[in-house]
Design a protein around this ligand. Structure first.
Ligand SMILES: O=C(CO)COP(=O)(O)O
Length: 126
């Protein structure tokens, strides 16, 4: 996709396996982008996809969501893949909401589950 350079990957704990599976399935596509991730998610993705170079930020509850939000605001992140857990209360829920808000403000593609991520054209083309 034109103008796409950097994809942010994040998953809540109950969804980290889903995201690791997604990343493995699309490792060759992801290799064409700069990949940034929150701390624990980044470790899981790096482990699942040794060929990728994953930039790991802070863990979500320690500010990682806000770091990615800031990168959206400065134009450094062009797409957000964020597999959220809607069944668990999070101490940093306000940070999660703030990140989703900025992705909407800056009108970047944002997939909150795997079904949506698979529909994004960068991932749906063979
Ligand atoms: O909490 C998160 C997003 O809200 C993700 O953080 P981790 O990847 O460090 O678990």
């Amino acid at each position: 996709m034109a103008g796409m350079h950097c994809i942010a990957l994040i998953a809540h704990d109950e969804k980290k396996q889903d995201l690791a599976d997604f990343a493995r399935a699309h490792e060759r596509v992801l290799a064409g982008y700069r990949i940034v991730a929150t701390g624990t998610t980044g470790a899981r993705v790096q482990e699942a996809c040794p060929s990728l170079s994953v930039t790991r930020l802070k863990s979500g509850p320690l500010g990682g969501d806000q770091q990615i939000g800031a990168m959206i605001a400065t134009g450094e992140v062009d797409m957000l893949i964020f597999f959220t857990d809607p069944l668990t209360a999070m101490p940093h829920d306000v940070d999660v909401k703030a990140l989703m808000r900025l992705a909407t403000v800056y009108d970047i593609p944002m997939a909150l589950n795997r079904a949506t991520a698979e529909q994004l054209n960068v991932f749906s083309q063979a």
